[in-house]
Design a protein around this ligand. Structure first.
Ligand code: SAM
Ligand code: SF4
Ligand code: SF4
Length: 371
């Protein structure tokens, strides 16, 4: 049975130092690889009602698992204050995630608070959310009313038995599809559908999913199964490379490559030659995109992670709760971003076989940091 390696010690997440000289944000802070700070992913809960085998396997996330106590979560006011400071550094896109973000009580209230924020040039913030859709049919309208613009839904299979094996809580495909349709009806679009492909588990669903989402307003995206966290027992042999997915779909439904929508887009785009829509491929394992990675992640308890594969974060909550000023926290964030040199996936590609179990054991879990 797998060992439990989940609790994050504070020694790996120290409070960041406040620079002696405070600075005014310029909106164009760059890291060591000249990457700007453009996107912020905020995890609003570490809890989830699914037990996806690649994310929160039941054997580890069982009834004894210690979730974060409520008072250690960032409050909505704390999240909004940090979001504002990140926007001053150039963030234009915020994605709420988790765990399952729709499980966070009154999530609409947070959406409302964030949707009031403007980008540096006074424009509209790109505000979105990733969900397993279990509560989407119920919440789509209130999320839209609160100011959410669009949504990404995770769905790993169309076949009920396969999907239930993936989510491991007996959740039915039809309920997810109902959530997606409701989100579409209320105008939470364009809707993206994320399918994580795990060889031998759901790869036979690639074509049924492609066929199902052709001729719909939804953009299906295939995600390579990643070695994120320490609990999913990742194995390279379980990754189906994006090139293979394109080959399998293209053999039945001819595909043509499309230009990226913007530099640094994580998904490679392809369209059906017959005009039936487009798909995306997120190749985090076989074609790392670290050189364009402009994402910061804020964990449920306010730790800043500069990479999905980081082993530790920087405790911004400690600064907030110590009464530090906006200028102090903002300067600390700028200093952290400038020091960032993360490019885990590129290094993995260079030496995939070199990823030892020991180096994976300390990585934070996807359900804690958000996808
Ligand atoms: N619970 C929500 C959901 O599933 O959409 C939001 C959080 S979930 C951690 C965010 C995304 O990460 C989901 O699309 C999920 O499929 C993806 N994900 C989780 N573990 C993954 C892994 N090991 N490899 C690739 N994607 C993963
Ligand atoms: Fe929950 Fe999302 Fe992780 Fe599945 S991928 S267990 S729905 S957090
Ligand atoms: Fe960004 Fe880290 Fe992923 Fe590379 S491995 S794309 S730096 S989050």
């Amino acid at each position: 049975m797998a060992e439990k390696i989940i609790i994050l010690s504070d020694s790996r997440s120290p409070a960041p130092a406040i620079p002696a000289l405070l600075e005014t944000p310029t909106g164009s802070v760059r890291d060591q690889l000249a990457r700007p700070l453009h996107d912020l992913r905020i995890s609003v809960t570490d809890r989830c009602n699914f037990r996806c085998v690649y994310c929160m396997p039941k054997a580890l996330f069982d009834k004894d698992y210690q979730y974060l106590p409520h008072d250690s979560l960032l409050s909505f006011e704390e999240i909004t204050r940090l979001a504002q400071l990140f926007i001053a550094h150039g963030v234009e896109k915020i994605r709420l995630t988790g765990g399952e973000p729709l499980l966070r009580k009154n999530i609409e209230k947070l959406v409302g608070m964030l949707s009031e924020l403007k980008t540096r040039d006074g424009g509209r913030l790109d505000l979105t959310l990733t969900t397993n859709a279990s509560l989407l049919a119920k919440k789509a309208q209130s999320l839209k009313d609160a100011g959410l613009q669009r949504i990404t839904v995770s769905l790993d299979a169309l076949d009920d038995a396969v999907f239930k094996r993936m989510n491991d809580v007996d959740f039915a495909v039809d309920d997810v599809l109902r959530g997606i349709d409701m989100a579409h009806q209320v105008g939470l679009g364009p809707i993206k559908i994320n399918m994580v492909v795990k060889a031998g588990m759901n790869d036979q669903e690639i074509l049924p999913m492609a066929r199902h989402f052709r001729h719909t307003p939804y953009i299906l995206r295939f995600i390579e199964y990643m070695d994120v966290g320490a609990s999913n027992g990742w194995n390279l042999a379980e990754v189906i490379p994006s090139a293979e997915i394109v080959r399998r779909i293209g053999a039945e439904l001819p595909l043509l490559p499309l230009q990226a929508n913007y530099p640094g887009e994580t998904a490679a785009r392809w369209r059906y030659a017959d005009g039936a829509g487009e798909i995306g491929l997120i190749s985090s394992v076989t074609e790392a995109f670290c050189h364009d990675c402009t994402r910061a992640r804020l964990s449920t308890e306010g730790k800043l992670f500069t990479c999905l594969f980081a082993t530790g974060g920087h405790d911004l909550r400690a600064l907030l709760r110590a009464g530090r000023s906006d200028a102090e926290i903002s300067s600390a964030v700028a200093q952290l971003w400038r020091a960032r040199g993360d490019r885990y996936s590129e290094l993995r590609t260079i030496n995939t076989s070199g990823i030892e179990r020991s180096s994976r054991a300390n990585k934070v879990e996807m359900s804690y940091i958000g996808g």
